[in-house]
Write a protein that binds this ligand. Sequence first.
Ligand code: 2PG
Ligand code: MG
Length: 416
Amino acid sequence: MKIDRVEATTIEDTRGRPTIEVTLEAQQGSTLHSNSQGRTLLRATASVPSGKSTGSHEALELRDSESGSVEQAIENVQFEIARAIMGREFASADELDAFLIELDGTPDKSRLGANALLAVSIAAQRLFAQAEGVPLWRAIATRAGTTPKAPRLYVNVMNGGAHADFKLPFQEYLLVVEGKTSEALPIAHEAFKKLGERLSSTELEASGVPMGDEGGYAPTFSDLQQPFKLLAELVQEFPGTSIAIDAAASELYRDGAYHLLDKTYTPDELLALYVHAASALPIHSIEDPFAENASEDFTQITAALGDKILIIGDDLTVTDPARVKKAAERKEINAVLIKPNQIGTVKETIEAVRATYAAGFAAVASHRSGETSDTFIADFAYGIGAHGLKAGGFAQSERVAKYDRLLAIEREAGAV
Ligand code: 2PG
Ligand code: MG
């Protein structure tokens, strides 16, 4: 395939911050082996999300440090990347990604920007799927060598931490819903509504429940147990559901201790809190229970709880195949969060998935806290047969779009 048009522009994410959108065009049939007749125009657009609680080992999102603009990343796509890829023959999306990685030439994508590279990489993956005449999720499955499957819904019902001014210490309280999307989604919606009614009926939130960055409620609690109690009640009412949290503990760690509400916890005390929660409550998984460099604490919690629940690495592993392998050797986790923009190309994201599966771990695909309406992550989750997909709460259409895409995939998959 030869790409003959590359365009990049700024759009706003759910936090109103600028991010990058790229459109690529190619002529189908413009290979050495085709004649000039019957060519169709292929066109694909992709935009990239942006994180707030970012791991320090993530690939670099290129932004102007003062204004936060992505002008430089856009320029990099429009000039250097466009010039390098246009008119060149790429036999596969993998070949194109390998070319992008080499063009950037840095280990953390800091020259051209992981945001610039990923937008091109995702749009290119879409172009190749179109050229092959297969749905995006199918193209991803073929590329990754995985068996497509509907992911569990990881619906972020209560937002805390950096996503809600730390009104709740843990960043994400999620309801995990099992089953095929068309059955799981109505249950998730109903439970989300119920939770909203309950929160607004408490005196505390009588004036209406505020919402957090990821489209979930952002209530204030004075004790750590209260949100868990509310969720445990919901789980009882809605069979097939369970609780997950993303502690995003790197954000809670200062001066050798973890700060939760008005108390500090040593790593051992925090471990005891998790162990107690996992024995008393229907907990399915805990993500980033400790700070990103607390290797031994991760190993300890996985030894204590790993046969019962998932311990998911996010800031710890940053979708980096090498880091996933290291985490496997050290037995730090038994599941990996997969976020394409932590590494910068679809190719490397797939390599991180391979490393995850090679270790016998579960993969949970994830959006970012600053999202766009791009639904690539839903196709990716389905294509790799992910254990789950984190796509946020229902109060933002950018989150709902991902769940709706899973519904559409279910129909497409049934029709094949
Ligand atoms: C996380 C993500 C997504 P952010 O920590 O898992 O929920 O948040 O995009 O802010 O890193
Ligand atoms: Mg996380």
